[in-house]
Design a protein. Sequence first.
Length: 402
Amino acid sequence: MQGRPNTTDDMVQGQAAYVAMLYLNDSYSENVLQTRLNVIGVQNPYIGKGGIVGAIKDLAKMRSPRLLIVDISGVDDPLERVHELAALCDPQVGVIVVGETNDVVLYRSLKNAGVSEYFFKPIVGDVVGHTCNALLNGAVEQTSPGIGIGKLVLLLGTRGGAGVTTIATQLSLYLANERKRRTVLVDLDLEAGDVALQLGVEPQRALGEVLAHPERIDDLFLERGVTHISDRLDLLASLEPLDDAAHYEEDAVLSLLTNLVRTYRYVFVDLPVHSAIHLPRLMRQPGTCFLISDCTLTAARDVARWRTALGANSVNRTTFHILNKKGADFALPFDEFLHAVGTPPDVVISYKHEVGRASVLGATEVVKCRSFMQELGPALQIISGEGVHAPKRGFLRGILGG
Ligand SMILES: Nc1ncnc2c1ncn2[C@@H]1O[C@H](COP(=O)(O)OP(=O)(O)OP(=O)(O)O)[C@@H](O)[C@H]1O
Ligand SMILES: [Mg+2]
């Protein structure tokens, strides 16, 4: 089994990842694990420094391995660190935690957080070796599904031009580039979608193909079919010929998304309104649905109609209303809109001339509209539990990895 990527560049570009990465605080545990990994064919695991804290630092820059072993000895808030680590890793990574205490409460909490196994020191070679083998080769059934599955975020406009693509691209770019979360953006508008255009790349055939032939979806397809926008942001977008009306079954979409949430931390779907009507099961999938409208009387009416169509919120699926373009020339006064819509929007974004101007040049220019990003903060908070981070030197420069 190949233990590491061919070159450092590969790693930085996100084209290859280590099979296993180890962050142990003592040489005994490190030797035991290295020996056991060698036995199961992992010749060159990545040996990191600094236990779980070092792993968090590295995984903000590096691709997730398939197996991650971290030491929590001496860490005050191990559970919090595990959650931090989980947010940075791909969902399917197997995580083994090593520590010094034989504590059943800690053990249960770690398992609940998605950790595959916890071992206290001194670790026993046979036992950890067996778990490593199970996680890497599926030798025995995993007792834990990995550190969770990714989050599905559907974005739907009450009608064309509400701002779905602008908001979807900005949220994805921020989470991928600034927060280092592995993210994919899927443009389900195969006839007129412009997500690829906004991100400055050509649409590929893969999405159209896989929706027509869902049986072809596998890891290889996902690896080859996506367009890499940045180290942590991938795109799935196709533009089908207009004379060959793009039609796909809901099962194909669900099958694709089921695969994507296993691989990505966030799966954003830019959903054309005419398709959403025909995808009722998709609209009820666990995750977050953003209903995006502008500030007109028609929009107020359509928000209420869509809320009814989408049904009540449940424990694992919530609809939020983003009111975009507040204060535009064509917009109703806000109070009148509120009166008409009945329920206050969850996120309000005002109309900004610079967004319209910047979007002509693409999503990477919109990123620079600072106040737009700040008003998107509540939407980020809803998705990730964290809003837009306080500006550092050169505001938002990091968003595009620059
Ligand atoms: N808050 C805003 N202020 C000013 N302009 C905005 C704002 N949000 C979006 N826009 C502009 O509105 C136009 C439509 O936005 P966008 O393409 O994101 O909408 P959409 O809902 O995806 O449209 P479509 O239905 O055509 O896919 C774009 O020119 C975009 O720059
Ligand atoms: Mg759009």
